[in-house]
Design a protein around this ligand. Structure first.
Ligand code: HSE
Length: 449
């Protein structure tokens, strides 16, 4: 498409199809139309909107109705469409439409985390085959540039850890619970009323959305294909106001974290002296973090991602992780890149999965725990409780007693322990005559220990 006759630009348009006109699609269409002059300068050629695929035509969307179609496949296949923006979400028909576009050599920009978390391999292969581009900055943490830094800026470094708050809905809920003391159900209802949580909040509150993003981040960070099924996942629906209260008492708050971590091969492992493989741990769960940790101050619907790389050290990316205009900003950045590539003849980096690091099971991943127990307030109880921790090889860091008599509560914070050792300890604690109940077990992250 490079126009040799126009060294400073071309009048030959680059045709764009947008699939989906929800919050993000509406903003993408608006920006393409309102900023056409700037976009033309930045790309080198005009970006022309050829059409927008929607589900229904009987809605006034504030654009020329001639641009709207319900036939997404025909739109993708139009000869004057060079680039496809997929912001419809879901697996079907997005998977097929993106595949069709890529196979035809049309570059694709997508914000579809659920699709990428399972099918990046298939889509990247189609892109590779036809020398098209697949861009997806908007799939993780909305407006925040974190995909491109991992793929490009840090491609000469070795990433060891990526930890993020990548779901705004759950962060809004946990921040509100922390600030107001309200319980989970009341706060979820308020988040729904304010439009932060969807009518069916499952994907957000049970951690599926964050797990898809964690799979994408881990794939990029560790040059290994990681899918949603590889991610250990727990949501926030069991977090109580009491968890927030006891967290506050030890100088912590609770956040839903997406953690992607390199687990170095231990020196004793067979073959490690000859370069035995590191493994990777990818997990999403609510965890206590100290209030002095940089992620603790990320409140409301904001997102943040901390990347730790061997040479760069710690980097932090922060901003709006959802919403029409912020997500459209990331889509537009990709669209300009894809259009420039069409015009100047460059290509986006393809999928990099050469490292093929194995996934470490959650049972092998030691973390610290915050265990809340209701106990009888009498002599010997503390000894019995501590005995069970010792018996199962779980080392205690601190113990606090709150309340007295019937209302006595013990809060035990452990040193690092494996999931299985902790689970055995909890089962044994629940059998103790002096323990009324194990009211909660929440992990503790972000401490130096
Ligand atoms: N529902 C997501 C969130 C935004 O709450 O952050 C889209 O991934």
């Amino acid at each position: 498409m490079t126009d040799q006759g126009h060294p400073f630009g071309s009048d030959h348009p680059i045709g764009v199809a947008v699939l989906g006109m929800g919050n993000v699609g509406t903003e993408v269409v608006r920006i393409i139309q309102e900023q056409s002059q700037d976009l033309r300068q930045r790309v080198g050629a005009p970006l022309v909107l050829r059409g927008v695929a929607v589900r229904r035509l009987d809605v006034d969307r504030g654009i020329d109705p001639e641009l709207l179609t319900t036939d997404a496949r025909a739109l993708v296949n139009r000869e004057d469409v060079d680039l496809v923006v997929e912001v419809m979400g879901g697996i079907d028909p997005a998977r097929e439409l993106i595949g069709t576009a890529l196979t035809a050599g049309k570059s694709v920009v997508t914000a579809n985390k659920a699709l990428l978390a399972d099918y990046t391999g298939e889509l990247a292969a189609a892109a590779e085959h036809s020398r098209a581009d697949l861009y997806f900055e908007a799939a993780v943490a909305g407006a925040i540039p974190v995909v491109r830094p991992l793929i490009q800026s840090l491609s000469g470094d070795r990433v060891n850890r990526v930890v993020g708050i990548v779901n705004g809905t759950t962060n809004f809920i946990l921040s509100a619970m922390d600030e107001t003391g309200a319980d989970y159900s009341a706060t979820l209802a308020e988040a729904t009323r304010l439009g932060y949580a969807e009518a069916d909040p499952t994907a957000d509150v049970e951690g599926f959305d964050a797990a898809a993003k964690a799979a994408i981040l881990a794939s990029l960070a560790f040059h290994t294909r990681v899918t949603a099924a590889d991610v250990y996942r727990e949501g926030i629906s069991r977090i109580t106001s009491e968890d927030l209260e006891t967290a506050a008492a030890v100088g912590c708050t609770v956040k839903l974290l997406a953690i992607c971590e390199r687990v170095p091969a231990s020196p004793g492992e067979p073959g490690s002296a000859q370069g035995g493989k590191d493994r990777i741990s990818v997990r999403v769960y609510p965890a206590l973090i100290p209030r002095k940790h940089p992620l603790s101050s990320v409140s409301g619907a904001f997102n943040a991602v901390v990347v730790e790389a061997e040479n760069a050290g710690r980097l932090m990316f922060y901003g709006q992780g959802a919403g029409g205009a912020p997500t459209a900003s990331a889509v537009m950045g990709d669209l300009v890149m894809a259009a420039r590539n069409k015009f100047f003849g460059g290509r986006a980096p393809g999928e990099s999965v050469y490292a093929e690091l194995p996934i470490a099971p959650i049972g092998d991943t030691p973390t610290r725990y915050h265990v809340n127990l209701k106990v009888a307030d009498r002599t010997g109880v503390l000894q019995a409780v501590a005995g069970e921790f010792a018996q199962h090889g779980v080392s205690i860091s601190t113990v606090r007693q709150e309340g007295q008599d019937e209302g006595a509560r013990l809060v035990v914070v452990t040193h690092h322990a494996t999931e299985s050792a902790l689970a055995d300890t909890v089962a044994a604690l629940a059998e103790l005559e002096s323990v009324t109940s194990v009211t909660s077990v929440v992990r503790l992250e972000g401490t130096e220990e």
